[in-house]
Write a protein that binds this ligand. Structure first.
Ligand code: G1P
Length: 287
C-alpha cells in the first residue's frame, strides 16, 4: 500500500530554545526565511507524502496556520505586483492536506504517536521528528519507504552512526547487520549510557510504521524519564515481527540544539551567493 500519511509530533515545549519558545513554537523558528517545520514537511512531500498529521498542543496553532492559504496576503501581494511572492506563499498552502490532533498531556513521544491513531487509520505511515533536518536529493524518508516496500511492508527505522559518547541522546538499536546499511532489529533501548549501549546506531527521528505499532504503544509502561517511549513499543514489536533499520544517506543537522541550529543556518547561507559573502564578511569582522 502506498504511504501517503506522515505523523509529525509538534507538541513539545522547546525548552532548549527558551525564552523565544515561551510564545513561538520551536518548529516555527526559521532557518533563514523558512520555519524549520517547513523543511521537515518538504522532506515528507518529496518522499511522496500528501497528508500531514500534526500532533499538536495549545499555543501551537501557528504551525497549521502556516500551511493554510492566506488569501488576504496573496491578494495584497498581487495588487502590489509581487506576483512571484504571491505564488510562493500560495504554494505552501496547496501542497499538502493538514490534519491536527491535540496531545492533551505531554506524556512522551510514544503517547504523542498514539494520539494520531484514529487519523492514521488502517494504513502504513511515516513519522518525522522535527529536531533533525535530513538533506539529500534522495530524501531520507523516501529511503526508508523504499526499504519498507522491498521488505513486504515491514516497519523500518532510520539510523545514523553516532560517536559512542553520544548514545545517551538517542534511541539506540541492537541489530543484525544484513549488509548494504540494512539491519534487522533484535532490540532497541532509549538513551543508554555509552557503556551500556548495544551499538552506535542511533535513531534521529525518521520511521516507517504499520498500524500494528499502535497495539504495542497500548502495551508499554512508562519508561525512560517517566514517559511513554516510542522506543519501547518498537522493542516489543521487534520481539514479534521483523523490524528493519536502515542507515540513511545524506547531510543531517541536529536543529534541536543551538549548535546544530547555527550549523544549519551557516550551511544554508553558504549556498546563497549574496548571503555567503555577507556571512563570510561578518565572521571576519566578529571572529
Ligand atoms: C526522541 C526519541 C529518541 C530519538 C530522538 C531523535 O527523543 O525518543 O529515541 O533518538 O527523539 O531526535 P527526544 O530527543 O525527543 O528526547
Amino acid at each position: 500500500m502506498k504511504i501517503k500519511k506522515a505523523v509529525i509530533p509538534v507538541a513539545g515545549k522547546g525548552t532548549r530554545f527558551l525564552p523565544v519558545t515561551k510564545e513561538i513554537p520551536k518548529e516555527m523558528i526559521p532557518i533563514l526565511n523558512k520555519p524549520m517545520i517547513s523543511l521537515v514537511v518538504e522532506e515528507a512531500i518529496a518522499s511522496g507524502i500528501t497528508e500531514i498529521i500534526f500532533v499538536t498542543a495549545r499555543g501551537k496553532e501557528s504551525i497549521a496556520d502556516y500551511f493554510d492559504r492566506n488569501q488576504a496576503l496573496e491578494t495584497f501581494l498581487e495588487l502590489a505586483d509581487k506576483k512571484s511572492q504571491a505564488s510562493q506563499i500560495r504554494e505552501i498552502g496547496e501542497k499538502v492536506e493538514i490534519f491536527t490532533v491535540r496531545q492533551k498531556e505531554q506524556l512522551g513521544l510514544g503517547h504523542a504517536i498514539k494520539c494520531a491513531e484514529s487519523l492514521v487509520g488502517d494504513e502504513p505511515f511515516v513519522v518525522l521528528l522535527g529536531d533533525d533536518l535530513m538533506e539529500n536529493s534522495y530524501p531520507a524518508t523516501k529511503q526508508l519507504i523504499d526499504v519498507h516496500e522491498e521488505k513486504k511492508g515491514s516497519a523500518v527505522i532510520g539510523l545514523i552512526q553516532v560517536p559512542q559518547e553520544e548514545t545517551s541522546k538517542y534511541g539506540i538499536i541492537d541489530g543484525v547487520d544484513l549488509g548494504d546499511d540494512l539491519y534487522e532489529l533484535k532490540s532497541m533501548v532509549e538513551k543508554p549510557n555509552p557503556a551500556d549501549a548495544p551499538s552506535d546506531l542511533a535513531v534521529p527521528g525518521r520511521y516507517v510504521f504499520t498500524p500494528e505499532i499502535f497495539k504495542y504503544l497500548e502495551k508499554i509502561e512508562k519508561g525512560k524519564g517517566g514517559e511513554y517511549q516510542l522506543t519501547d513499543a518498537i522493542k516489543l514489536m521487534a520481539e514479534e515481527k521483523k523490524v528493519f533499520g536502515k542507515k540513511m544517506e545524506g547531510q543531517r543537522f541536529d536543529t534541536g540544539s543551538m549548535e546544530g541550529y547555527i550549523e544549519a543556518t551557516v550551511a544554508f547561507s553558504m549556498r546563497d551567493k549574496s548571503l555567503k559573502e555577507a556571512l563570510l564578511n561578518a565572521v571576519e569582522k566578529y571572529k
